[in-house]
Design a binder for this molecule. Structure first.
Ligand code: NAD
Length: 294
């Protein structure tokens, strides 16, 4: 299905998210909460999901105040993105409560870990890949199915990292870096699959991943998929790095001479979610103060 270019949208509405719902995984975290707030302030409803039972009370009060003032709505649900069995029931609940179709995802849920490679416990290595790659895929799959079910277009943002492009200097995070490279490639793969039926060759070959191939594929409205790659962010996690002098090193490694604030990801997220980026898919938006350009 080829969709017409949205050329009639007034310039002032290019970042507007009115009439749609956006799901934010890792929504209780620093970046998730901040970009979720921005969604609510831009006219969208927001569903925050995270593995913690409830978000920080003070932060949620702010979310409620913002949504009340804007006439938007916010919900919170506990969801562990690596627990595939719990995804469907949570999405059943979400489907029953939202008032506008789910047309956006910001997949923020992620973990990091630092260990020298030869000492890296394999179970920890595996867990980082599981949360960051499989967990991102699991929530993306669920959101794409909802968009298909509602027959709507959508925009999916997978939060990657500049660590998917370059290795962090001064800190040994092999599993994290590998997982973020995988997010770039996952984003490109899903972008191709969700954009247009011409992108998939007809038929299916049976195999372990596809034991019961069925007939014709259905055509759905396009879903755009992009990744967003932040540089270093000043979050509570950066505190330990600060005390080791690492942050002083990091500020020398980017062109702006400072690490970023979580609020600096609001505009990139709104741009990718809204119709202003209608011709952008399969791309990575790097927001790293020039770190990777050196
Ligand atoms: N902070 C940085 O410097 C930085 C830099 C580049 C990229 N990123 C990426 O940005 C994203 C958000 O990071 P942040 O700084 O807000 O970190 P954060 O720790 O504040 O937020 C991550 C959230 O993910 C949740 N989470 C973890 N495992 C989960 C699971 N299995 N299921 C559901 N939720 C789970 C956590 O509970 C947490 O609320 C991550 O993907 C991170 O890799 C962060």
């Amino acid at each position: 299905m080829t969709y017409p270019a949205p050329v009639e949208i007034p310039t002032r509405d290019l970042f507007n998210l009115g009439g749609r719902t956006v799901l934010i995984s890792g929504g209780a975290g620093a970046v998730g909460m901040t970009v979720g707030k921005a969604v609510l302030e831009s006219g969208g409803d927001a569903v925050f999901v995270d593995m913690v039972p409830s978000p920080n009370e003070q932060m949620w009060k702010t979310i409620e105040q913002i949504s009340a003032a804007q006439g938007t709505k916010a919900w919170y649900h506990q969801l562990n993105v690596t627990d595939a069995d719990s995804v469907a029931p949570v999405f059943d609940t979400i489907r029953g409560e939202i008032r506008h179709p789910l047309r956006g995802l910001v997949a923020c849920a992620g973990i990091s870990g630092e260990c020298d490679a030869c000492d890296y416990p394999i179970d920890v290595f595996r867990k980082i890949l599981d949360v960051n790659i499989t967990g991102t895929f699991t929530v993306t799959q669920a959101v794409a199915k909802e968009m298909h079910r509602a027959n709507v277009t959508g925009s999916i943002i997978l939060i990657a990292s500049m660590s998917g492009w370059v290795t962090n200097r001064g800190i040994n995070t092999a599993a994290y870096n590998a997982s973020k490279s995988a997010i770039h490639q996952l984003g490109r793969s899903l972008a191709a699959e969700f954009a247009h039926p011409q992108n998939t060759f007809p038929g299916r070959t049976p195999g372990d991943a596809n034991p019961n191939p069925d007939g014709e594929r259905k055509a759905y409205p396009p879903i755009r998929v992009n990744t967003l790659s932040p540089g270093h962010i000043e979050t509570p996690i950066a505190e330990a790095a600060k005390s080791r002098g690492l942050v002083d090193e990091w500020v020398k490694q980017n062109m702006l001479g400072r690490i970023s604030q979580k609020e600096e990801y609001r505009a990139p997220v709104l741009f990718l979610l809204a119709d202003g980026s209608s011709y952008m898919t399969g791309a990575d938006l790097r927001v790293d103060g020039g770190h990777c350009a050196w």
